[in-house]
Design a protein around this ligand. Structure first.
Ligand code: NAP
Length: 290
């Protein structure tokens, strides 16, 4: 496939880029601002908020598929600058979707578990999405434009973990480095996710991009765990001291925005589509990083 991959310099995008190239796909790797090469591929900075530049680059690349992972992905950054958040996450996505609709191309857009308000476990694709974070709203508000594309797919991703191929240390890497140094770290025991390792997430996205699956789909790990349990189990799997992983409670703290408690995702639809799909548990995924 001839692919435009947005966010190719990001955590997920850089993992996807490696897998797409290994899969023999022809990739234009768009970053936001980062330059340089990733293996045989040069990053191409394309600011998605610059409408004319994007239109020019799309017609030059002429992709069969756009895999759109670029985002202002930090909830805090969107809270601080909601205008920028909307421009990158919502409006730029709508323009990519409009181009794909007009040219009958496929688009795969990575949305987020944070479209849910956190009041229920194991949310399904048809459960009501009522984001309580500004970030979640910007991502959720982009979904209809992608769903309106005949060959469009919205993939709501859960929290992802693992080493990054982006050249910037991921949250996972920073956490593990801290634990290796013997620094205690606190994580919420009352906030639940269905985390998935980055390599599996990218592998599934490549399959989905190659397929003609349309609509809305959840991609997440097989286990519903608290953030505390996630890191504790990662530490144990890596042979680190689990006592350094300390539990605290979000309910005891105050935040500028309320934090969703439980955004665990049900993945029945994904598993029905790909019955042979293996979603690794935390220990299995982490063992491959040792
Ligand atoms: N990480 C998670 O756990 C998680 C969970 C659920 C959903 N998601 C979704 O998954 C996707 C990838 O997340 P991530 O964690 O990999 O993000 P990330 O590491 O923060 O990477 C974001 C990417 O977006 C690019 N970007 C930002 N602003 C841009 C702009 N104006 N124009 C063009 N590109 C721009 C960045 O480029 P430069 O750095 O080169 O500027 C970077 O490549 C996002 O859609 C996110 O919403 C992530």
């Amino acid at each position: 496939m001839r692919v435009v991959l947005t966010g190719a310099s990001g955590q997920l995008g850089s993992t996807l880029l490696v897998q797409l190239v290994e899969g023999g796909h022809e990739v234009r790797a768009w970053s936001g601002s980062e330059v340089g090469t990733r293996g045989p591929i040069s990053l191409r900075p394309v600011d998605l908020t610059e409408e004319q530049a994007v239109a020019r680059e799309l017609s030059d690349a002429d992709p069969e598929v756009v895999i759109h992972t670029a985002a202002l992905s930090s909830a805090e950054a969107v809270r601080r600058d909601p205008v920028r958040g909307r421009a990158v996450n919502t409006e730029a996505t709508a323009r990519l979707a409009a181009w794909c609709a007009e040219h009958d191309r496929r688009i795969v857009y990575t949305s987020t578990d944070l479209v849910f308000d956190g009041s229920r476990s194991w949310s399904r694709e048809d459960d009501p999405a009522e984001p309580i974070l500004a970030y979640g709203r910007t991502k959720h508000d982009a979904e209809p434009a992608v769903l309106a594309v005949l060959r469009g797919l919205v993939v709501r991703m859960s929290l992802m973990y693992g080493p990054s191929r982006s050249g910037r240390a991921s949250y996972y890497e920073r956490t593990i480095a801290g634990l290796r140094e013997g620094t205690p770290q606190a994580f919420f025991e009352d906030e639940y996710r269905t985390p998935l390792d980055l390599e599996s997430a990218a592998r599934i996205l490549v399959h989905l991009a190659e397929s003609e699956v349309r609509g809305l789909l959840h991609v997440a790990g097989p286990e519903r765990v608290s953030r505390f349990d996630l890191v504790r189990r990662q530490a144990i799997a890596l042979g680190l001291d689990p006592a350094l992983v300390v539990a605290n409670r979000q309910a005891d703290l105050t935040f500028a925005e309320p934090r969703p408690v439980d955004v665990s995702l049900d993945t029945s639809k994904l598993r029905n589509l790909f019955p042979d799909l293996h979603l690794p548990k935390i220990e299995e995924a982490v063992m491959t990083y040792r």
